[in-house]
Write a new protein. Sequence first.
Lengths: 111, 635
Amino acid sequence: MPINYYIILAVALFSIGVAGVLTRRNAIIIFMCVELMLNAVNLLLVAFSKMHYENVAAFNPSLQVGGEAQLFVFFIMVVAAAEVSVGLAIIVMMYRNIHSVDVNFLNRLKH
Amino acid sequence: MKSIIDLVYLVPLFPLIGFLINGLGRKNLSKSLSGIIGSGVILASFIVSVLIFNETTAEDFTAVTVNLFDFINVAGLNIPFAFQVDQLSTLFLLIITGVGFLIHVYSTSYMHEEESHHYARYFAYLNLFVFSMLLLVLGSNYLIMFIGWEGVGLCSYLLIGYWFKNTEYGNAARKAFVMNRIGDLGFLVGLFFIIQQFGSLTYTEVFSQAQSTDVGILTVITLLLFIGAAGKSAQIPLYTWLPDAMAGPTPVSALIHAATMVTAGIYMIARSNILYTLAPVSQTVVAVIGLATAILAATIAIKQNDIKKVLAYSTVSQLGYMFLGLGVGAYTGAVFHVMTHAFFKALLFLGAGSVIHAMQHEQDIRKMGGLAKKLPHTHWTFLVGCLAIAGIPPFSGFFSKDEILVNAYAHNPILYWIGLGGALMTAFYMFRLYAMTFRGTFRGSDEQAQQLHESQWSMVVPLIVLAVLAAVAGFIGIPELFAPGAHRLEHYLAPVFAASTELRAAHQLDHSTEYILLAVSLTLIAVAILYALNRFTKKPDIEDATGFGKTLANKWYVDEIYDTIISKPLNGLGYVFNRFVEKSGIDGLVNGVGKSVQWGSRQLRLLQSGLVGTYILWMVLGILIFFVITITILN
């Protein structure tokens, strides 16, 4: 399958994520949108890795390259998981304090 | 060869140590201890000076340079920190430390009313003053002289403003400092010219090249140096600080007027005598300014009523004579007069201090009178001082003043007659002062009359020593007229002025002329003295002066004229600069930068709304902008 489809899909996912973060006020939905963006990036990493590996392997079958980019995907997943655990904890604390998960209430730093 | 001359650095070192001890330990030292330290170090210097003097009297003695260390050594200019011991500097050493020591001893009881840390501060300043002056006369190059030169300026400022709680005294101190700075600038520029012309500041190197130098350049150099001398030695137009310097304690006045400070200018010109001899224009300027100062100050002194002011103007006047002597080439005479003047002026000031002390700090001679009986020692010593300054033989002033005047006559009789007029005025105002202070009836308050007492021994002994010196010091310079070859000072100083003496056409007056001049001047002076004594004993000058006398009493309004033509326009200029350039221009620029940053920050602050959504929007916009920029650049 040509690389174009992967790119279009990833861009679409990423844009949806950005739009969601910008427009929604519910903290959980913003969170989900962030995850969406991260996964769009993951998708691209895997797709490009695969593409490069095929190109290189076609010229030199003995060469073992192309695995590095996919390793980054795991890193991103681990970081995303950590982020989710911290983020969700924050959101729980926020709900306990102000009985809402609306981020527009979180403007007290200004004062 | 090891001799005492190699230890010459001890002479200024002792006062420096005294300054450090008294200055740093002023909170802890008792009064008697700081007095002993302050006077003791000067005594030690004096003893070393006497030993050095003993060496220099040897027939085959030649000037010795004692190198201490390299001071400045850069780009071909080498200025060592070295002392030069020759007849001239040794003579000044003796005057400074000898008279200085007596003044220190006198001060120990004159200042006894001060609190102990102020007392120690006083002695610290006094020691520093002597130290600076010693540095000035000992240096073997103009730079060391300049260090001492600045040092005495600083110390005079500190001591004139010693009672700094009195604003007027503080102003007098500032006036002295500023006036001196004007002179110092001339001196400094002169030094730059010397470096440029001779490539050195060391006396021996400069003087040996002087003969082959263009007269024009020498004239410029010597005139600039003379500006410095005029500032330090209180000559027209920079003399007005000296009478105001009376704000300091009386022994300080004695120190400034007799041993240190004002003689610096004379010393400098006497030291540079060869330069002046080679520049006749400068010599004429020196002589004319000196004479004019002598006359102007003498006229002012006639109408002053403050005992110290009279003495101050008499100093200005006597300094004028010294410059006259330097100007007509009578270098020995000028140095001789420095020496005798040091004795009798220190004597007069200390005597005045004793009177002021007895009169409960009253300085107005209109409120004195008839003190002769109450203060016997002060009285007769003061009388000796008056006779010496008036020039009555055999007191010392006669010999030195006569030598200057005779040389002036040989140079140009007009100088002599004007100078004689000044000498008559000197005799007149000194005996007016004497008569109004010691003769007649007491005019002070009853309370003062009860408190009148002769001063303690520590004040009287210096007076007696100085009186003896003032009476007999003249005998080291007996003129050729009376006894050939008896002018021992001239013989002693001859090597220092040798080069100048060779160049100068010797105009020897014949003896009959000298006798006539002597007779005329003595008669006139005696008449002036008797008239003043008679008149002011009977009818003291207690009314305010009127008419021309008022002009004299107001010092020819010189201070007012300076104020109008210099201070006020400068103040006005300062106001304009302050108001327009400083406030609107520079301050406007600096404050404008600050204000625009503040305004900008206030606007930027609004971006921080606290809404997470907004922040993210800005972030995304930022990323997009970078994105666009990157793509544009890459393509």
